[in-house]
Ligand binder design. Structure first.
Ligand SMILES: Cc1cc2nc3c(=O)[nH]c(=O)nc-3n(C[C@H](O)[C@H](O)[C@H](O)COP(=O)(O)O)c2cc1C
Length: 201
């Protein structure tokens, strides 16, 4: 399957962290325009990008650096990118296609038919392999994994504000249904769906 090397993320910007916090809102309708690969790269990096090469640590904190979360992107309208489901490879900041085609409608069907999902040019899904954290923390792992998904999602919300890209965290969905749509391995669980698109003011 196809691999796309992403452009390097910007490490400076024009919007302050205070402004992103003030302006963050859940946005459920998007403009009918594509996102650029640079914007996709920035959002993926905000979610799970490596921010320290020496340690391999990332933009979101992780209990004991066990890094249970994975990031998928359902892409249907990104300049020069074929429709499909892609997994973000944090190691080399790339996208690896895992499934061909536009899968938004299938995702929508297993997520209470929330229109934000079919409206968005890109839909991020945050998943977790709980066993990675369980090996170290046993029964406490589950709460840590849920906390981590929150950290990842908030990074994406705030990065979105800085790029004029709206999103909403969708937690209401059928777990098995989403796992089937993404063809996840056993032991990998979907935690959040985040549709992403240019804000429709
Ligand atoms: C755990 C969680 C699950 C949520 N699930 C959904 C959802 O399934 N669909 C949706 O449209 N919004 C969902 N939301 C977004 C909330 O509705 C939203 O955050 C709330 O209305 C406050 O608005 P704000 O985010 O603009 O401050 C969820 C939020 C959280 C924290």
């Amino acid at each position: 399957m196809e691999t796309i090397t992403l452009p390097q993320p910007a490490l400076t910007g024009d919007v302050s962290i205070e402004e992103t916090l003030q302006q963050r809102r859940s946005i459920r309708e998007y403009k009918d325009v594509p996102l650029s690969l640079q914007e996709v790269a920035q959002l993926a990096w905000a979610a799970q990008g490596i921010s320290d090469e020496a340690s391999g640590f990332r933009t979101a904190p992780s209990a004991g650096a066990t890094f249970p979360t994975e990031v998928y992107l359902l892409i249907t309208d990104v300049e020069d990118v074929a429709d499909g489901v892609y997994r973000y490879n944090y190691d080399d900041h790339s996208l690896e296609k895992t499934i061909d085609g536009d899968r938004r409608r299938e995702l929508y069907d297993v997520a209470l038919r929330q229109p934000s999902i079919t409206d968005a040019p890109v839909v991020m899904v945050i998943t977790a392999v709980v066993a990675r954290t369980e090996q170290r923390y046993g029964e406490r792992a589950l709460r840590y994994v849920y906390m981590e998904a929150g950290h990842v999602a908030q990074n994406v919300y705030l990065q979105g504000v800085a790029l004029d890209i709206g999103t909403v965290v969708v937690g209401a969905f059928d777990d098995h249904g989403v796992a089937d749509v993404l063809q996840l391995d056993d032991g990998e669980h979907p935690l959040y769906i985040m549709p992403l698109g240019k804000k429709n003011y």
